[in-house]
Design a binder for this molecule. Sequence first.
Ligand SMILES: Cc1cc2nc3c(=O)[nH]c(=O)nc-3n(C[C@H](O)[C@H](O)[C@H](O)COP(=O)(O)O)c2cc1C
Length: 156
Amino acid sequence: MTYNDSNFLIETEVPEGEVIISRTDLRGIITYANETFADISGYGVDELIGKPHSILRHPDMPRAAFEHMWKTLKEGNMWQGYVKNMRKDGGHYWVYAEVSGVYKDDVLVEYKSMRSPISNETKEKMQRKYDEMKLKNKDMIRVIRYVPFEEYVSMQ
Ligand SMILES: Cc1cc2nc3c(=O)[nH]c(=O)nc-3n(C[C@H](O)[C@H](O)[C@H](O)COP(=O)(O)O)c2cc1C
């Protein structure tokens, strides 16, 4: 599991003005990813296409957040919320996300998502909120890696 990496605590900031765009089929399999999405997540565009969107799922995200996302989408509404995603290298990035259905002749054909940067205050607030949700639902997980002192010093 990549979240045992020392990168686990490293955050990649989404630059102001950048928008991460993706589209998925009805099962959540990625069908389109823009360059910004690839850059921020650490995957190549062609690595992302064909993979389930849950490839980015961070263990700090409560299950209930995505259950609510899918319920909202299935009811035909747009979901908006804050998401902490895991990069390919085990690091993370926070986004504000809007996810909604794409309709052709009134028929739902796929989903699309646009994500943009959020403030550090919001990240801290959401981290606390998601921790509380996980604790309440008893699905709290924290991965601790003990690094030998010499290795820690060489990482600095
Ligand atoms: C358009 C779209 C974008 C999504 N974006 C993300 C995302 O950025 N990160 C994420 O963890 N899940 C995202 N999801 C939800 C995933 O499909 C999945 O439900 C979630 O990662 C939880 O994984 P699980 O359903 O296997 O528990 C997205 C879904 C859709 C339809």
